[in-house]
Write a protein that binds this ligand. Structure first.
Ligand code: NAD
Ligand code: UGA
Length: 471
């Protein structure tokens, strides 16, 4: 029986390993993590992450061929194939701070693999890493193999799932990418990994490349997706000043088969743990290779995203007579997108901090994000990517101006304005007449996700601002 060990039981490691276990009943999958609380949550009824369909998959396999454990060394020792899905955040201090990927977690996982292994292993980069990371990993893995005679094959198998649709993405991926050394041992390792995915993924969707192409393709993939959002968001600013409507422009673009319909929704800005981090990583690699123009090109994608978030705050404050001081503002949605409880780099953090900076009182409702998480996100200082030395902290007195509530009606009662920051489906079915009646007048709606019916809201009496539409 082939044994797989997945190191890192997070948003990627948990769902990807669970789906491999589901589709390959003959493979034993152990998911390990250094975080005791995460592992005990994976072993409980309340999983540590919310992802539609995940619970069903875990319930089908856990206790059969899927287990979650903190005994990292035991499962690494026993495994034939090791997927490493640890976090690779942006460095916050030292060389490359604010841009380069922090590979501390990866390095410690690799050192541990080298220390405990006693048999040949295939080690798979599932985390998103800088191009040529495999070279460094190989050095770490082989540093003490001489005495043991162990052989490692390193593969790059980046993950392309999106949060909120992770299980569907994993069950039905548009492609699986496997990069490896192009010598006979490397090609054999690629075939072994391919055979695992072939249990459920059609062969023509499994692409094999050399290591560096696979590593770079993942960074390029996220950069291209984020670039589309910044492109349409840049257009949204122009729409607001010219009378064009961004949704109509998106529709027109989407019908061009050379462009296609996806990732053309203008928004308050993209969020999530990866887009900004991976572009900054790309920028750092370009700068390190002397490619200043290329680095500057990708930097603009993030600058436009920052601009979109601050433009939104500016619009809220200027529309409400140039001050929101002491005014209650309802924030509907805090997660970085719908169908996830993840708040990493959510645009809601920057928007809320911007409004708090103008002394607003915030009443926040999100169907999946806990009060504890929201308070933590708003009280923590953030590292500004362009000025990593400067830590932006929000004082605790400001955080006292944040109230997290359990339903949208409570959030909006006596509020002067509503900001829609996540596109949760339930926000479409709120009774906006009831909401309007209980709000201060004039009552404003700032739709950061362009998801509400503007005409209907205006009929009720709201002053409505949405992205990329004339006021
Ligand atoms: P995460 O923070 O949710 O999970 C990482 C886990 O690794 C944590 O639970 C942490 O405790 C564990 N860990 C760290 N060092 C460890 C070690 N030495 N031994 C054992 N466990 C260790 O991160 P994530 O969102 O799952 O992302 C993981 C990687 O996947 C990142 O490189 C990210 O860029 C990439 N990725 C993420 C997504 C996504 O949607 N979140 C999608 C594609 C790729
Ligand atoms: C993204 C990519 O889509 C995945 O392919 C990739 O695997 C993953 O990053 C990763 O490497 O972590 P994810 O961040 O989970 O997935 O979610 P997306 O659906 O891409 O949304 C990212 C952000 O962009 C969200 O804040 C979303 O609201 C925003 N967005 C998305 C827009 O503003 N407009 C759009 O048209 C699409």
């Amino acid at each position: 029986m082939v044994k797989i060990c997945g190191i890192g039981a997070g948003y990627v490691g948990g769902p990807t390993m669970a789906v491999i276990a589901l589709k390959c009943p003959s493979i034993e999958v152990a998911v390990v993590d250094i975080s005791h609380s995460r592992i005990s949550a994976w072993n409980s009824k309340k999983l540590p992450i919310y992802e539609p369909g995940l619970e069903e998959v875990v319930n089908q396999c856990r206790g059969k061929n899927l287990l979650f454990s903190t005994d990292v060394e035991k499962h690494v020792y026993e495994a034939d194939i090791i997927f490493v899905s640890v976090n690779t955040p942006t460095k916050i201090r030292g060389l490359g701070a604010g841009k380069a990927a922090d590979l501390t977690y990866w390095e410690s996982a690799a050192r541990m693999i080298a220390d405990v292994s006693n048999s040949n292993k295939i080690v798979i980069e599932k985390s998103t890493v800088p191009v040529r990371t495999a070279e460094a990993i190989e050095k770490i893995l082989t540093h003490n193999t001489n005495s043991k005679g162990i052989k490692y094959q390193i593969l790059s198998n980046p993950e392309f799932l999106s949060e909120g649709t992770a299980i569907q993405d994993l069950l039905n991926p548009d492609r699986v990418l496997i990069g490896g050394n192009q010598d006979p041992e490397g090609l054999e390792a690629i075939q072994k990994l391919k055979a695992i995915y072939a249990h459920w993924v059609p062969e023509d969707r499994i692409i094999t490349t050399n290591l560096w192409s696979a590593e770079l393709s993942k960074l390029a993939d996220n950069a291209f997706l984020a670039q589309r959002i910044s492109s349409i968001n840049a257009m949204s600013a122009l729409c607001e000043t010219t009378g064009a409507e961004v949704s109509q422009v998106s529709l027109a673009l989407s019908k061009n088969t050379k462009i296609g319909p996806k990732f053309l929704n203008a928004s308050v800005g993209f969020g999530g743990s990866c887009f900004q981090k991976d572009i900054l990583n790309l920028v750092y690699i370009c700068e390190s290779n002397g490619l200043t123009e290329v680095a500057n090109y990708w930097k603009e994608v993030i600058k436009v995203n920052d601009y979109q978030k601050s433009r939104f705050v500016h619009r809220v404050v200027t529309s409400m007579f140039n001050t929101v001081s002491g005014k209650k503002i309802a924030i509907l949605g805090f997660a970085f997108k719908k169908d996830t409880s993840d708040t990493r780099k959510t645009p809601a953090i920057d928007v809320c901090k911007g409004l708090l900076g103008d002394n607003a009182c915030l009443s926040i409702y999100d169907p999946r994000v806990t009060e504890e998480q929201i308070q933590k996100d708003l009280s923590m200082g953030d590292v500004e990517w362009d000025h990593p030395i400067h830590l932006q902290a929000v004082s605790s007195t400001v955080v006292k101006q944040v109230n997290v509530v359990g339903d949208p009606y409570e959030a909006t009662r006596d509020a002067h304005g509503i900001c829609i920051l996540t596109e949760w489906d339930e926000f479409k079915t709120i009774d906006y007449e009831r909401v309007y009646d209980k709000m201060e007048k004039p009552a404003f709606v700032f739709d950061g996700r362009n998801m509400l019916n503007v005409d209907k809201l205006r009929e009720i009496g709201f002053i409505v601002y949405s992205i990329g539409r004339p006021l």
